[in-house]
Design a protein around this ligand. Structure first.
Ligand code: PAF
Length: 277
């Protein structure tokens, strides 16, 4: 595996790739878990030239969020990527990334960044847009892979890239879960043992909410009921528990392709998850 720490060396490596080979990018913030690895495996299985980027993007964190304590373990990440025979790892510095000129791409906020996570984390989607535009204009991959745990991010990036005229096909991959059902996330390691016991209940509650919606056919009543259940189970705050269509429009009981979205806190740790309804 080649490791490139700057854009110049990365471009030299990218220029060596055969012209007919599919170039795939899996952008990450490191501290890789099985969710990330499943995206990489998907690209590798398709025999694509697989580039993984690791960059903790400060712009997508709010002033009171966890940027300073976001977990880092580059050595371990490199081991995992080598085992999967990833062709190229890109680990740029902040200076390298933010000095890169992307003024050719005029980013206008998308409507879907005002809902769900965007409503509660106003820096998040503008920050993601900024780094995605940088990564994609440097690498220009044919394909890119994102996990469904961050479903809104996946739709956002897909729409953003299309709007800006990037050729990359944006592919999603199903959420990878612990045995308890807890969606894998680098942030899970912030949880104490006691907090983990609560976190482990989230998926069960999502499935119960889904069942209640399908049985009772009254979305708002089910959501009110299960917001209370979540709070009673030890979740300390709920940003949202909401049903939307899979393209993130408002949903009613008759909408097809509905998804249930949740963002909840256990003390300082914010967890998100979503399932099909
Ligand atoms: O999902 C993530 O890890 C990040 O939001 C991403 C897509 C790598 C952008 O920084």
């Amino acid at each position: 595996m080649k490791i490139c720490k700057n854009i110049r060396s990365l471009k030299i490596e990218l220029n060596k790739i055969q012209k007919n080979k599919c170039l795939s990018l899996i952008p990450t913030m490191g501290y890789l878990h099985l969710g990330h690895l499943s995206l990489i495996k998907k690209a590798k299985k398709r025999k694509e030239f697989t580039v993984v980027s690791i960059f903790i993007n400060p712009k997508q964190f709010g002033p009171k969020e966890d940027l300073d304590k976001y977990p880092v373990d580059i050595k371990n990440d490199i081991e995992k990527l080598k085992k999967l025979k990833v062709e190229l790892l890109f680990i740029p510095s902040r200076k390298e990334m933010f000095d890169y000129k992307t003024s050719a791409y005029k980013y206008k906020p998308l409507k879907i960044q005002n809902i769900l996570c965007g409503r509660y984390r106003p820096n998040y989607f503008p920050g993601v847009a900024d780094i995605i535009i940088r990564l994609f204009s440097i690498i220009n991959p044919d394909k890119s892979y994102f996990g469904e745990k961050d479903y809104q991010q996946y739709i956002f990036i897909k729409k953003l890239l299309k709007k800006l005229g990037f050729k990359s096909k944006v592919i999603s991959s199903k959420t990878i879960r612990e045995n308890s059902g807890l969606a894998m996330s680098s942030r899970n390691q912030y949880l104490s043992i006691e907090e983990m016991k609560i976190a482990n209940k989230l998926y069960k509650f999502l499935k119960l909410t889904k069942k209640d919606i399908n049985d009772k056919k009254n979305i708002s009543k089910s959501l009110i009921k299960y917001k209370n259940e979540l709070l009673n189970a030890g979740f300390t705050k709920i940003d949202y528990l909401e049903v939307r269509t899979d393209d993130l429009r408002k949903a009613n009981i008759n909408s097809t392709n509905k998804r249930l979205f949740a963002a909840v806190f256990i003390n300082k740790t914010r967890l998100i998850d979503n399932i099909k309804v």
